[in-house]
Design a protein around this ligand. Structure first.
Ligand SMILES: Cc1cc2nc3c(=O)[nH]c(=O)nc-3n(C[C@H](O)[C@H](O)[C@H](O)COP(=O)(O)OP(=O)(O)OC[C@H]3O[C@@H](n4cnc5c(N)ncnc54)[C@H](O)[C@@H]3O)c2cc1C
Length: 359
């Protein structure tokens, strides 16, 4: 029985780690060679910490991360509005770390001969018992194909009008020691601290990105609107990544002997910081089911996650709108947020809900 995992991202590497634990043989095909384009940060929400424990990487990841139990909300003048609890019932809070460090940690226990880098899979052909993969290098054949190509499947994803500017800044300031959300009109900025490495930020903007960034440099008129510490944060970042944001209109777990997981199955906007968590959870579930169930059965069980995943996709989209309201609507939103704290326990305790469903 031959197994191929497509992509050495969060979902692919997590699945490979579970296969290592269960002595299941596999091969990973990954188009990247270096981790260069991973110069960003990532938040790992507490609903997936149980998976990190099963993967035996919880302590390692905690060691290289910072954490915060609250999200601090600010209006367009950077005035503090309120703070939201982002812990689960066990008191676990999200980890903030460099994406590169996360991938390295997940990569640590994978033997070198089980990953082929520089292999770009460009076609997948399905036969009765086999799947044939065509790549830039050579052809591969397998009985089972786990597709964790993430964001890259442009056929099934819907292009939103939103962009993200993503990076790490060497600028440090007391305010950046927390998880912050600065809500402006038409754009918002999220910042969080990294261990020994400054501050990670994501700017999300709808439509006219040129107003914010031009030729890899932040526009002067945009910078002038920001308080000095935010301006310095952006000026001290190198080569921020600009990405058009896409998301899934429907969840796709694959077909025949192919199982999709992570973003390849359910791409979501980053405004709820859940993509990585759901990729970890998929890998956990798929690895548990793989030895005892057919691919059709696995997909059927995975479908029981759809309602929950659609809720996350919907909430992430709503957040994008709510975080970027125009001046009139944002003043209503701010008054509301001063009086009421949104609760995310449904999300951060969701590992238990999922476990119950699968028993
Ligand atoms: C701006 C932004 C900020 C985000 N912030 C957060 C956050 O803070 N917290 C969070 O939980 N989520 C966040 N996300 C989402 C998160 O990054 C993804 O959900 C997560 O990386 C999904 O993991 P994955 O393994 O499915 O895909 P990926 O991590 O994208 O991995 C896919 C892998 O497949 C490889 N690949 C792709 N195509 C091919 C091919 N044809 N052949 C071979 N290899 C291929 C890629 O090189 C890559 O290594 C953010 C996303 C964006 C855009």
């Amino acid at each position: 029985m031959k197994i191929i995992i497509g992509g050495a991202g969060i979902a692919g590497l997590s699945l490979a780690n579970f296969f290592e634990q269960n002595s299941i043989d596999y091969l990973i095909l990954e188009k990247r060679t270096l981790l260069d384009d991973l110069a960003t940060g990532i938040q790992i929400a507490p609903n997936s910490h149980h998976v990190l424990k099963k993967l035996n990487v919880f302590k390692d990841i905690k060691h290289i991360s910072k954490s915060s139990s609250e999200l601090f909300l600010y209006d367009h003048e950077a005035k503090h509005i309120n703070s939201i609890d982002i812990t689960n019932d066990k008191g676990e809070a999200p980890f903030f770390l460099e994406r590169k460090a996360l991938i390295k940690t997940l990569r640590n226990k994978i033997p070198d001969n089980k990953i082929l880098n520089n292999v770009d899979v460009n076609q997948v052909n399905y036969f009765r018992e086999k799947i044939k993969l065509e790549t830039n290098d050579k052809k591969f054949e397998c009985n089972y194909f786990f597709n964790s190509f993430g964001y890259h499947d442009s056929n099934t994803f819907f292009e939103s009008n939103a962009f993200a500017i993503w990076g790490i800044s060497s600028y440090e300031h007391e305010i950046f020691q927390k998880l912050n959300l600065f809500m402006h009109h038409n754009f918002h900025i999220v910042t969080y601290p990294l261990k020994n490495k400054g501050t990670a930020f994501t700017i999300s903007v709808s439509k006219d990105i040129e107003r914010l960034i031009l030729n890899d440099k932040f526009n002067k008129s945009f910078l002038q609107k920001l308080p000095v510490y935010l301006k310095n944060l952006l000026l001290h970042s190198k080569n921020p990544i600009v990405r058009k944001l896409k998301y899934s209109k429907s969840i796709n777990w694959g077909k025949f002997n192919q199982i999709n997981l992570g973003d390849a199955a359910h791409l979501m906007l980053p405004h709820l910081a859940q993509g990585a968590s759901q990729a970890f959870i998929d890998a956990d579930i798929v690895s548990q089911l793989f030895q005892q169930h057919s691919c059709d059965e696995i997909r059927k069980i995975l479908c029981t996650r759809n309602k929950f995943l659609n809720r996350i996709i919907h909430n992430a989209e709503m957040n994008r709108i709510i975080f970027q309201l125009n001046p009139i609507l944002s003043s209503f939103r701010n008054t509301f947020l001063k009086l009421y704290k949104p609760r995310y326990k449904w999300l951060y305790n969701s590992d238990h809900e999922i476990k119950r469903k699968f028993k």
